[in-house]
Design a protein around this ligand. Sequence first.
Ligand code: NAD
Length: 345
Amino acid sequence: MNRIKVLVTGGAGFIGGNFVQYMVNKYPQYDIYNLDVLTYAGDLTKHRFIEKMNNYHFVKADIADRDTIIPLFEKENFDYVIHFAAESHVDRSITDPGIFVRTNVVGTQVLLDAAKLIGVSKFVHVSTDEVYGELDIDPTTFFTEETPLQPNSPYSASKASSDLLVRAYHETFGLPINITRCSNNYGPYHFPEKLIPLTISRVLNNQNIPIYGSGNNIRDWLHVFDHCAAIDLVLHEGVDGEVYNVGGHNERTNLEVVKTIIHALGKSEDLIEFVPDRLGHDQRYAIDPSKLKDLGWTPTYTFETGITQTIQWYLDHKEWWTQLLNGNHQNNDAKQYNTQLSWEL
Ligand code: NAD
């Protein structure tokens, strides 16, 4: 019997990287292909423990490069596509929106064409709750799958655009798809430009921690391992054509998150530095995950257990994040990107 071939795009990044490791270990009977172009956010050293496993394969390629992607699909005849590859940082989308349109919109369309051409069994598009726009601080309101798309940043607009293309390929061509929309993730191998790893690294280096505005913007935090399990479930059990929200009801203000990390590391709140607010900064995200729970998913981490474990992981892997901060990982363009560090998803 032929082995199942699973293509994971963006598997050198934060969530895709954790997902590749999860799949390689959980499904020895599947061949897992990690396709990544290795931007500043891609890093292969995280896969040193799986790279020799027989069911792991790496392909360096750009999802927007049609002349590479189409022949690759024709050659490998993938069964499943799990699409993570993206430009993912809101601040960068404010300074350079063009690359977000190219990667997140054009790249997704190239993958959809390739998936349609060979007739994959499932295309899972990994999206974000940010496509819904923002909620006010009323704690009883949540994003459901029926909430209208109202993206506010170039990043979320590019993700919403890709969601609509995925939906259209299902409606028009019958491509078997699911879309997942997850809240903010944290956990191992999170690139140290995002709020939690940046705060940990700066506290450990006794550097100020910049916080936008008053720090009262609310995010709904989910451990990346719970996100991986959710995508696995949607891949195998998701109803064709459906969207699933992913979140664990762990709402915290940015200030609460930063203070939690400072206290856990025994440092002073004097490290906090309030800076002018981000343009178009969304007030609050909060997910209603009922539909995914009905499918059988339950998160295993509370924010308290997850953040404690994550802080310990960063203490144990200082060499990894220091090399990324210094632009010393394998990607040639990392130095250029890392000169403009910012601090929130
Ligand atoms: P990331 O920035 O850590 O990783 C993105 C990966 O995509 C990198 O390895 C990068 O090299 C690769 N990539 C970028 N452009 C590419 C291209 N043209 N061709 C091939 N590979 C390319 O991102 P992440 O935080 O792991 O997010 C992964 C996905 O999950 C994204 O689609 C994002 O929108 C979504 N998401 C993220 C979060 C979060 O909290 N980080 C929450 C919900 C959804």
